[in-house]
Design a protein around this ligand. Structure first.
Ligand code: ATP
Length: 248
């Protein structure tokens, strides 16, 4: 049903260590095949929101204490991260997280095992990743730890792609990268969205770039959504310009 959003977060509250209230009732939606930007300053709660969806909070002593999360109409906020992966929801964590001692290709192969694919499918998956990321093909035999920051970010997204995601939760892809590489990565995100129908929820401090590639955006401040709208409207909004477009 095309009318059911891919992802729907309703009034989610997150508490760390039983006492630290970080998300104070966040609601947002990602439509089927949409690119949605989650914006806000350092510490606003963007990463926490992504982790509440992928359920990676538990490892950090965090929990969703209120609200609900649905993916394609099914409630998912009591599921494990691997259940989410099986349903096609994959998080690419902030800071890239490639296995430094493995080659680029070994990193990509590691992404396939999360969904237990057959050999032919894995082969096809690799070819697809190399189609979207020709740089990774060139660097396939290199140790990931010796590739550039941009290549490591591509490797992390490529690894997620190996699990044939329907939706990628992408945390701060621009972090620490030169503007030209950031554009290259966002172009690939857009292409994956258009050609493969992968939905994206994109946490970014780089408001300007994120709003150029996203369809819709939410601005988080201190654990609450303070503004939301079509990307072009947010980018033209005076308050957004004043408070956020200088941040990156
Ligand atoms: P960043 O760009 O730094 O990732 P963010 O918007 O993603 O910022 P979060 O990482 O979600 O923000 O952090 C939101 C708030 O929650 C911050 O005040 C942070 O200190 C706090 N926080 C994050 N993780 C934990 C944790 N494991 N335990 C306690 N507090 C945490």
């Amino acid at each position: 049903d095309a009318a059911v959003p891919y992802l729907e977060i309703n009034n989610v509250e997150v508490i760390y260590d039983h006492v630290i209230l970080v998300l104070k009732g966040v609601s947002l939606k990602v439509p089927r095949g949409g690119i949605v930007a989650l914006l806000g300053a350092n510490g606003a709660g963007k990463s926490t929101t992504l982790k509440s969806i992928s359920n990676l909070l538990r490892a950090e002593r965090g929990e969703v204490t209120k609200g609900s999360i649905h993916f394609k109409g099914d409630r998912v906020d009591r599921m494990t991260p691997s259940d989410l992966v099986k349903r096609g929801v994959i998080q690419v964590m902030e800071g890239r997280h490639c296995f430094a001692h493995l080659s680029v290709e070994e990193n990509l192969l590691a992404g396939a095992y999360t969904r237990g694919h057959a050999r032919a499918e894995i082969r096809a998956g690799l070819e697809k990743v190399y189609h979207y990321f020709p740089r990774l093909k060139q660097r396939r035999g290199s140790q990931a730890g010796y590739t550039s920051g941009g290549e490591q970010q591509m490797c992390a997204i490529g690894r997620a792609l190996m699990a044939r995601p329907e939706m990628i939760l992408l945390d701060e892809p621009s972090m620490g990268l030169a503007p030209q590489i950031v554009e290259e990565i966002f172009e690939i995100v857009k292409d994956l969205n258009r050609s493969e129908g992968v939905g994206f929820l994109l946490a970014e401090q780089n408001t300007l770039v994120a709003l150029r590639y996203a369809d819709f955006g939410y601005i988080l401040e201190n654990g609450r959504v303070v503004m939301e709208g079509a990307a072009a409207e947010l980018a033209a909004n005076e308050d957004v310009k004043e408070f956020y477009l200088g941040l990156s």
